[in-house]
Write a new protein. Structure first.
Length: 125
């Protein structure tokens, strides 16, 4: 399945389902933009969850990883404009791209884990 755009009216349901299916999976969060370049926000922390708030006056998407006092990050994307999902194909990473109104893109990707290492390979295990 190729990369597909998630329609805005499906964001809440998509992120709820995706979070349930991927909770605990190792995630990497990066910011990409013309002004920023490529900026890592977090590397190899377990996904706690992703959510979309599209009903309030200030639309936003939150990505939370870590979930421990010594390793926790909640990355907020204000004024999200578009969301794409790229499924894992073969050994390619699964990824979500979130573009905001300021043209910055947040990339959340889930590194390929060989089947012998298990579905929920966490850092340090």
């Amino acid at each position: 399945m190729p990369t597909r755009e998630i329609p805005r009216e499906e964001w809440v349901k998509f992120f709820d389902m995706f979070s349930k299916e991927h909770e605990g999976r190792v995630a990497i969060v990066e910011l990409v933009g013309r002004k920023l370049g490529d900026q890592p926000e977090s590397t190899r922390l377990p996904l706690v969850g992703m959510s979309a708030d599209v009903k309030g006056p200030e639309k936003r998407i939150e990505v939370t990883v870590g979930g421990r006092p010594d390793a926790h990050l909640t990355h907020i994307i204000n004024a999200p404009r578009r969301v794409w999902f790229r499924p894992a194909i073969g050994t390619a990473d699964e990824a979500i791209e979130i573009e905001s109104e300021d043209e910055a893109t947040t990339l959340v990707h889930f590194p390929y884990v060989p089947p012998e290492q298990g579905e929920r390979q966490l850092p340090g295990r």
